[in-house]
Design a protein around this ligand. Structure first.
Ligand code: AMP
Ligand code: MN
Ligand code: MN
Ligand code: MN
Length: 289
């Protein structure tokens, strides 16, 4: 039986390509019964998503994916689930991250210009429907448009990814700060796609221990970014640290995403599903008839 709960997705309010209502409609079509919209550093799409979820009879979990920095410049994404979008601590915090994104975008455009690609700021802005959130995916789409690369994955590999010539280091907020905003807004903090971070097992232990110590609640165990072997590895980490387990596709686009909404297998046995703590009832757990 597929996983009908999908707790990680993006809309046009950050770097996804579907409007919140279209994202929710697609999720419903794919058999998703509970969807979290988790835009990067932004909660503006939640209202439209909620209205669409009501229309399609699925549960919307209000979420966000906060960009944080751990130790010497490693970006770690912290998903917040079940947050109150009206919370002032969270809203003010996210506004400060958006200001930093704008500054980073200018520096990225300068780096691209040095690499012989002028006009990238204006080019990327065309793809950033929400002017508050400009990020690397928008630049990647522009690089595809101007024929520099064949797809966005190649744009990260050649230009925008860590260690590539147009990668601009950026200091986001700390992990305790991200967890604080999420818990202040009544949400559960989740380390997103832990398998994506370039960490050995010692450092991974330290990261998870610090996250747990500051109030973190769950690890994303089943993720569109993980291999089946990584599902098992992160299920073991969750058990070891007494953390709940989350599952999310990290869907951005029908064309660009490798994993479809609701396209994931169930959590490995023995995991404590984070959705129990989110109060999702039996109706949300059952596959649509
Ligand atoms: P930003 O928050 O602006 O640094 O952008 C991060 C986003 O870039 C991630 O959420 C992904 O959507 C996207 N991304 C990062 N690495 C890759 C990659 N190798 N291929 C495609 N998209 C990527
Ligand atoms: Mn993204
Ligand atoms: Mn992420
Ligand atoms: Mn994401």
């Amino acid at each position: 039986m597929p996983q009908t709960i999908d707790l990680h997705s993006h809309s046009t309010y950050s770097d996804g390509v579907l409007q919140p209502a279209d994202l929710v409609a697609r999720a419903a079509e794919m058999g998703v019964t509970a969807l979290a919209l988790t835009d990067h550093d932004e909660i503006g799409g939640l209202e439209e998503a909620q209205a669409a979820a009501d229309k399609h009879g699925i549960r919307l979990v209000p979420g966000v994916e906060i960009s944080a920095t751990w130790r010497a410049g490693l970006t770690i994404h912290i998903v917040g689930l079940g947050i109150d979008p009206a919370n002032a601590v969270l809203r003010e915090g996210l506004a400060s991250i958006c200001a930093g994104r704008e500054d980073r975008a200018r520096r990225m455009a300068q780096a691209l210009e040095v690499c012989g690609i002028p006009g990238a700021l204006e080019g990327a802005r065309k793809y950033a429907e929400n002017p508050r959130i400009i990020g690397r995916t928008h630049f990647a789409r522009y690089l595809v448009e101007c024929g520099k690369v064949k797809d966005i994955h190649a744009a990260f590999k050649r230009y925008l990814g860590g260690g590539q010539p147009c990668y601009v280091p950026h200091e986001w907020i700390s992990i305790p700060e991200a967890v604080r905003w999420i818990t202040a807004a009544g949400g559960i903090a989740v380390i997103a796609h832990p398998g994506r971070y370039p960490l050995g097992s010692q450092e991974m232990h330290e990261l998870i221990a610090e996250f747990k110590a500051c109030g973190g609640g769950a690890l994303e165990v089943v993720s569109g970014s993980h291999t089946p072997n990584q599902y098992k590895i992160y299920a073991r980490y969750a058990a070891e640290f007494g953390l709940a387990a989350s599952a999310g596709s990290d869907f951005h686009s029908p064309q660009e995403s490798r994993c479809e909404l609701g396209g994931l297998p169930p959590l490995p046995e023995g995991c404590i599903p984070v959705w129990r703590q989110l109060g999702l009832d039996a109706a949300a757990l059952a596959p649509a008839a």
